[in-house]
Structure formats: structure tokens, C-alpha cells
Design a protein around this ligand. Sequence first.
Ligand SMILES: C[S@@+](CC[C@H](N)C(=O)[O-])C[C@H]1O[C@@H](n2cnc3c(N)ncnc32)[C@H](O)[C@@H]1O
Length: 378
Amino acid sequence: MIGEREADDLTAMFREFAQMCEGGLPLYHRLAAATADDREVADRLLLAHPDQRQPMLLLAAVHDHLLAGEEDPLRQWYPSIVSRPRAVGSGDDDPWPYFRRLALDDPGVADRLRTRSTQTNEVGRCAPLLPALAGVATSAPGAPPGGVRPLGLVELGASAGLNLLLDRYGYRYVRSAGPAIEVVPGAPLVLECALRGPHLPPLPTGPLHLASRVGVDLHPVDLHHRDDARWLIACQWPDDHDRIDRARAAIALAHGDPPRVVAGDAVTEVGHLVDGVPDHALPVVFATWMLSYLSPDRQAELVAELGRIGTSRDLTFVYADHPPRLPGIDVPPRPDGKVDDRPTALVRVDWRDGERSDVRLADQHPHGTWMEWLGPAR
Ligand SMILES: C[S@@+](CC[C@H](N)C(=O)[O-])C[C@H]1O[C@@H](n2cnc3c(N)ncnc32)[C@H](O)[C@@H]1O
């Protein structure tokens, strides 16, 4: 039996999602707004695990069905599938009746609702991460003058691990004045990031030396499996071409040699994973848009665990997340005292000889399309 309350919550979530899509995402705005008025469709989310009952799961289940190549008239409205999508309108131009039918009747869509969890991996976040790691490598104890110390990366909430491959991508940092700064020009995937504010980030002048890399995730995406790789795309907004193109290019680059991502809980596993970093390398644990998925108590537990590791081994923790969503973590404020409203904060925490220090490195767009560097130049 579905409680009235639960059904109301589902339609309310779709209404909120539709509002978020207003303006830039016409397809998902229409589909979410129509689902909010159609309890039978919204209730399809009850097939999903209670933790996964979010509008994005239903939208992704239908998107994935279409991406898998199923012939259905709904395809015509998806910019991620056809090169000249139909404009979303009313009457014959309305995608809703086709979406409704798939959501209610298609066994493949129902199966995805039962078994999948929403999953993304945003490689754009590597653009702010690169100078953060470059700064750690040059300032780490044991780095030769003018050189770098090798790093051992441990990513928490790594998803498919695409951000562990940040040294395979090229970067283009666009300044408001002066030419753009290119790092690894000519790379097959170039991530562009606009620089804001007066300070230049410490961009690497040579390759990062990565001695090891490993990730952990509750639900790792295995890029060896075509269906899993496609699901990553299905969880993106079909109207957002740039993001989808980036993800497709990164998946293609990773395909032959994906990074290792183990299944497990970040707080429980981080100690073993840091133990696996070779002695000559500095362990760098990083987490982008993952900490806010932990309860405040678990956030505090994670930082305490890193502190425990930091008493016996030098260690750096880099995280990017929305400060109001991190009540269990003491996020350092911006140096100019401006409030944390919309941006993502990029923070570095070092433990050196057991002493902890925190620095707010930058504020950035959640997907890394811009950053304002606030931290040290190295
Ligand atoms: C929004 S995604 C971000 C993925 C990736 N870090 C990125 O920036 O593209 C959050 C990820 O954290 C994972 N996650 C959430 N809680 C976790 C936990 N306790 N331990 C490990 N992974 C977790 C989710 O499965 C998901 O893959």
C-alpha cells in the first residue's frame, strides 16, 4: 500500500525538479512538470530502492532505454540521441504521451527502476583539481627544489573513476584578459575552465607524477560493461550537449585502461586504500561532490579517520563540495569573508608530521566550468 504522504512527496519532488529545469532544459522541464500532475507515473518510482526515489532515476531509466537503441517516437525529442531534435511544444510536438507510455508499460524501464541508482561522473571537475594537485606535488615534503613529489591518489565516491585519469586530459584555462593557458595541448579531450578573480592557480608546467591511483564507491560503474558506461550518460540531462560530449569522450579514453574502483564505503575503506600507496609517494585522498552524500556524523567520522592516518603518515585531503551541505566538516571560510551561497568550495587539508592545516583553495562551478583561485600560488 502506498501512503498518501509518500505519493504526495513524489509528485512534489517532480514539481521541484521541473522548476529547476525551467529556462535551460525544455525537455526535462516538460516531462517533470507533467509527471508532477500524474500520480500514476510518479508512483513508478516506488519500484526503486527507497534511497533512490528521485525524479532523475525515472528520467534516466527512460533515457537509457532510448540510448540503448530502442525504436520509439520519443527519441526525436532527445538532443543526446538525434542530431536535429524536435522542439518541445504542445499537441503533436509534445513528448509527454510517449514518455508516459514507456514509464508505465515498458518492462526494461521498470527493470532499470528496480536495479539502478542514479550515477554521474563529471570530468569537468578535473580542471580545478589539477592546480590543487599540482600545488600539493610541488610543496610536498621530499619534493626536490623546482620539482615534484610523486602522488598516490585515492578518490572517495569515484563513480567510474574518470577523475582519477586527470593526467590523460588537456586543459584550457580562459582568462578575461590575455591568452588562454593551455596544459597538455592537443590532448584528445580538452576541458575548458574560465578563470575568475585576480589570482592565477598554480598550473603544472610538466606532467603530474602519479605513483598509484585507486577509487572507492558504493556503486562503482564498471566501464568494461557497455550497459554501465551507457547508464552514466543516461543520468545526464539530454539537453546539456557539452556535458554529454565530455562524458562520452572521457569514457572512450578510459575504455581500454580504466582505473581501479573498488566497491565499498569510503569511510570504512579509506585506511586500507591509503596503506596501498607506495612509500615514496604522498597519499592524496580526494572527494568531489561526494561528502554531501554522507550524514553530518559520517562526514566528521571521515575527517577523524584521515586525522588518525595523518598521525602516522603525511597525507593530503582535497575536497570540492557545497559548504552548507557539509555541517560535519569545518570548511575554512573565503579569505575575503564573502558568504558561501551558491559556489562549490575547493579545500585542501594537509597533515604534516601530525599537524593539520586547512586552506580554501578556490571557489568553482559545481562542474568545474569556472574557478576563482583563492589559495597559495604553489
Ligand atoms: C555525485 S556523485 C560524484 C562522483 C564523482 N566524485 C564526480 O565528481 O564525478 C557521488 C558519488 O559518491 C558515491 N558515494 C556516496 N556515498 C558514498 C560512500 N559512503 N562511500 C563511497 N561512495 C559513496 C556515489 O555512489 C556516487 O558515485
